[in-house]
Write a protein that binds this ligand. Structure first.
Ligand code: CA
Ligand code: CA
Ligand code: CA
Ligand code: CA
Length: 380
């Protein structure tokens, strides 16, 4: 008992000390920025979500998406897929606050301010293997709920839906959903307000890669769609349907880069002003995350992993998401969230979950002098 108490105290003291170092780097939130001074070589999770409801040996958790509550940031939520059951909501401590049994939902994404016949709503969309469709839910931050808002079963023509992401063309104020399948097809659907305050969708084009894709992310600011082809690497397309179907390969995103091991899985964007920032890629085969420039030719910069700390590390990650938005004292500059293929509680394997890492740790690993603009949100 004494030993355990003492080690709990020591761990507490160490994490307090580390927190103090990190907080030292943060200017007053009012300044809307935070500047790094410290390089972190080993990343660890600050929180983990509750485990998804599944057997311990089941591949069940898949993809997270962060929803920022702009009126009350500390009440922001995480949407997570349990691909055996449905959609979960978690609070910023990782506690499950809501579940909706939507079926075999795989990947999920979030967008803000959709005009639903005069009412602006934030919503989540997810690919759903039960009906080979995608489903849409309004995010009710007040009641911490997801409310189905798809006008009908929006059935995809791809061969078994896998990846999914949303895109908001801010110039036209048009929202799109991208959904891909194992035959390499990527459908783009235009979303619009339909009857009875529901969101409906219309297929506008189909793109292609040669083999199974999954992870996707759209850059609302540059109008770019990134697609991860699991056994090949990352492609980028123009996200607007009238700008052509040409695709460009990100060279160091294949196994030609010794830091990458297939499958290439989840993709996420960390935004800095003036088009700068980073593309993060889950390199599932070696339990790591590769970092590329967001602009120019998407130069490869570095890779990192999430190791065991107070909370176990992350292995064989599928989906990821990141934001630098300032939420609360735990996450004054946002967090990076990843699916963990092997969630341990001590020596005991538990059901899968998601790990949350302070975004400053990721940022200062990339550039110890990076300034994070914690109120700069180009995707709102
Ligand atoms: Ca996959
Ligand atoms: Ca997956
Ligand atoms: Ca783990
Ligand atoms: Ca754990």
């Amino acid at each position: 008992m004494m030993n355990r108490k003492r080690s709990v105290f020591l761990v507490g003291a160490i994490s307090f000390f580390l927190t103090a170092i990190l907080l030292h780097c943060v200017k007053n939130d009012e300044t809307e920025e935070t500047t790094g001074t410290k390089e972190v070589s080993v990343l660890t999770a600050r929180y983990e979500t509750d485990a998804v409801s599944a057997d311990t040996d089941e591949d069940a958790a898949d993809d997270p998406a962060i929803w920022i509550n702009f009126t009350n940031p500390s009440k922001s939520l995480i949407v997570g897929t349990n691909k055996k059951a449905g959609l979960n909501l978690y609070n910023l401590k990782g506690e499950e606050v809501f579940f909706i049994p939507e079926g075999l939902v795989n990947n999920v994404d979030v967008r803000y301010g959709f005009d639903l016949n005069g009412k602006k709503v934030d919503f989540a969309g997810a690919s759903n293997r039960t009906t080979n469709s995608f489903c849409l839910h309004v995010i009710d931050g007040e009641n911490q709920e997801l409310i189905p808002v798809h006008a009908r079963e929006i059935i995809s023509g791809v061969d078994e839906v896998y990846g999914f992401c949303l895109y908001h063309d801010k110039t036209e104020d048009t929202y799109y959903a991208f959904v891909n399948g194992k035959n390499g097809q990527i459908e783009q659907w235009s979303l619009f307000a339909g009857m009875n305050d529901k969101i409906d969708a219309e297929l506008v084009r189909t793109l292609n890669v040669d083999s199974q894709p999954e992870g996707m992310v759209a850059d609302d600011e540059t109008g770019t769609l990134y697609v991860g082809e699991e056994g090949r690497g990352v492609w980028k397309f123009r996200a607007n349907p009238d700008q052509g179907d040409e695709k460009v390969f990100i060279p160091m995103s294949s196994e030609d880069n010794p830091a990458i091991e297939y499958d290439v899985e989840g993709l996420a964007l960390l935004y800095l002003p003036e088009g700068k920032g980073y593309l993060l890629v889950s390199s599932q085969g070696n339990n790591s995350y590769a970092v590329f420039e967001r602009n120019g030719t998407n130069e490869y910069l570095t890779s990192f992993s999430i190791e065991d700390g107070e909370i176990d590390g992350a292995e064989e990650t599928d989906g990821i998401d990141i934001t630098h938005y300032g939420f609360n004292d735990d996450f004054p500059a946002g967090f990076f969230i990843v699916q963990d293929g092997f969630n341990f509680e001590g020596d005991q394997l538990s059901s899968q979950n998601f790990k949350l890492v302070d975004t400053r740790e990721v940022a200062y690993l990339i550039d110890p002098q990076m300034t994070i603009y914690t109120r700069y949100v180009p995707y709102r």
